[in-house]
Structure formats: structure tokens, C-alpha cells
Design a protein around this ligand. Sequence first.
Ligand code: MN
Length: 479
Amino acid sequence: MAKFWFITGSQFLYGEETIRQVEEDSKVIVDGLKLPFPVEYKLTAKTEAEIEKVVREANYDEECAGIITFCHTFSPSKMWINGLTLLQKPWLHLHTQFNETIPNEAIDMDYMNLHQSAHGDREHGFIGARLRAPRTVVAGYWKDPAVQEKIAQWQRAAVGAKFSRSLKIVRFGDNMREVAVTEGDKVEAQIKLGWQVNTWAVGDLVQEMHKVTEAEIDALMAEYAKLYTFEEKDTEAIRYQAREEIAIEKILVREGAMAFSNTFQDLHGMKQLPGLASQHLMHKGYGFGAEGDWKTAGMTAIIKAMYPDGATSFMEDYTYDYKHELILGSHMLEVCPSIAADKPRIEVHHLGIGGKEDPARIVFEGKAGKAKAISLIDIGGRLRLISQDVTCEKPFQDMPNLPVARTMWRPEPSFLDGLTCWIIAGGAHHTVLSYEITTQAVHDFAAIMGIELVVIDKDTKPYTLERDLMLGDVIYARR
Ligand code: MN
């Protein structure tokens, strides 16, 4: 379980009584934070040695996913330099104040000495800026739900970062031949994101499939029956997908991996492309990328870890409707049922690509709502994370001859400018579609990992974006 540490800054100048009050107030603040992950009050730091010690402890604590700092009084921040220089965990500077308003009668010099976040937090902010330290700054009254929501989103990004740094991705087979955007520097991905991306032979997967028992398949079929509807006549094809799912998951568990990729061009010894198998594994929290796309597999797994009960799926932009200004998103088979509007069905249909038997797949329509399309690309010399605001809509027609999971969405800032911006930024056709993730959480995650972020939202303009990307080339060339 991830935990966060709360460290208050102060000093000895105002006497013991003030420090005691600072400590009490800090505990009240920590108790008042209603967040997805617990926050633990650690100490009121008054010396360089105390700060260095607590940072070292945070770095080595398995559960600590980040630190939150706040300076209740004036805290000279030179005492924070050595500690913050050593810090290896995400940092949030909470620029708050114990009281919401300035009390007319109670305010005197003692009150001023105790309540000077507007003063001490600026010193603290300066040292963060001076160190060029990656941090998230949240300003506002700590009881305000909007302020707490910002802390919550940072927590999710920090949890995503923690998950990322231990993420293993199993690749069954290589990339789809000749495809560019799904390629990338796996060494760079491990340096920046911590991902261990390695390959496993499809032959080993097939051997594992042979070892799956009928009883194991029966148990998984019972689970399918609870979640999805299907017809008796399709049982045999569905049981084959269950066999594939069980074998894939056994390898993932054995390797400690939370994401995988495969490719229809390398299914030697397998009768069906894993459709239902990949979809149900995604539903359980595993990341998936088709055609060898380990980058989208990794990001899918991370966003699922950030929002465990959220609607998050591997996705692909397929076809446009210029008249309705909508993108049809789908895949050959592999879309996660967590984004389904209604109870999904399992169906078996012919698949023209791959030359295998008709695969069972989960079919549904994606739900309506605000979401983000997220793409991680290797732009050469650096990783770029692209996040585009989109609005998903119920498909306006039933498309009876397209028996796959599908959804439709309109990108920001407008349909055509949204497409233009995506193309300018180099975004892939594969994305992670997530309904819960916020721009702040994507930003905080990119900042923690030290990778480039491109946000395409209602305010983005193609020409300004082009200039930002050129500036990015200059910034990253200097690093
Ligand atoms: Mn694809």
C-alpha cells in the first residue's frame, strides 16, 4: 500500500510553544485530508540534519510514494537544500495556511509569527525553483475540496510513478513488421520510466497453453458467464480463449509482469488471436498493447494502477466521420470491457487478418463521457507523452457488420484542429483511452518521470503547438 509523508517546515526562532502549536496544527491538517491514499505526519523540521534524515528515510521506505511539505512559520529554506538534493521520491509543496481568514481581533505579532505560510512557503518555493527540483505546487486552503482533489490527483501520479518503476512488460513476439510508432528505445524507457521490457517466445506460451487443465478452463468460463453473455454454440471457441488467457497470465505472474504485448504476425501454434483473453486480462488490471506495442501496454497498466476501478483501455483510432465530426475507435479485437456502456457480449466471428480460426471477442459500445486519449512515443532522444481531451459519444449508428468493441469520440480543441494537433505532435494510432485521468495527473506523472508532455485541450492551437514542440527540441537537446 502506498503512503505519503507530511513534513512541516519551521525553525527555533519563535520558541518552543510555537513549534508545539505548529506540530498540533500540522496533525489537524493531516487528519483533515480526505485522500485516496493515506498521509502520515512525520515531523516539524527545524534543522538541516532533521530534513536530510527524513528524506533519506523516505527514499528507502518501500511504502512511501512521495512527500508533502508545508511551511507553517517562516522556515529558512537553505536548511532544505541538502535534503531536497537527495530526494528520490515525488514532492508536493502544499502552499496552504492553517486558518482560512485573517481574524480581526485575534491578529497580533504572535499570531503573525505562527501563521506565515505566505512568507515561509515563498522561501520554500524559491528553493524548489532554485534547485530546478521536479515538484507539484498546490495552493489553497487545505479544507477546500478542490485543493484536496489536486493533492489526490498528484497522489495518483505518484502511485503511477511507483508502479512504473517496477513495471515488467512481457512481449510475445516482436513488433508488427514495418510499423514505426510502436518501436522505441527500451533502454531509454527503463532509464526514464523503470520499465523492464523483454521478449518471451510464442512457443513457450503455446507449451504453457497445453498444460492448462479443463478444470482451470471451467473456472474461468464461470467467471466469463458472470460478466458477459454468450451463446452455447460458441462455447468451444470461448474455451480456447480461456486456455490462452490462463497460459498468458501464468507467464505474467511467474515473471512478475503487469503488462504484455503480442502480434498477429507471430501466433505460431495458436489457433486464435487472443481477443477475449487479452480483453479479460485488461479488465483484471493488466496493460495490453497489440502488434508489439509495449509502450501502450505499459501506459495502460500504469493508468489502471492510478485509477484501479476506472474505465481505461487500449484503443486505436480507426476511421473518421467528417460530417458528424467523430473518430471511430476500436481494434481488431482487443478493447477493455471496463469502458463498456452496457453488459458486454462474447461473440465469435471471422477475422480477415492473421489467417487463424474465428476468434472469440468481447463486443460492446463504449460509454459516453469526457475522456483522454494518451499516447507515449519515442521522438528520438526522448520520450514524449501526449494527452488529448476527447468527448466520447454513443455511436450514432449500429454498424451491424463490425462485431467488435467500439466507441466514438470528438477531440479538442475542435475536430479538425484536434486531428491536426495530434498529427503535428506525432501521436500514435494506438492510445490509452481513460475516462478518469486528469490533465494534472498526466502532467504530474510526466514531471515526476522527467519526460516531455504535450497536452492538447480546448486552448491548444496548431501553430502554437508547433512552436512549443520546436522549443522542446531545444530544451531536451541541452539536457
Ligand atoms: Mn493496432
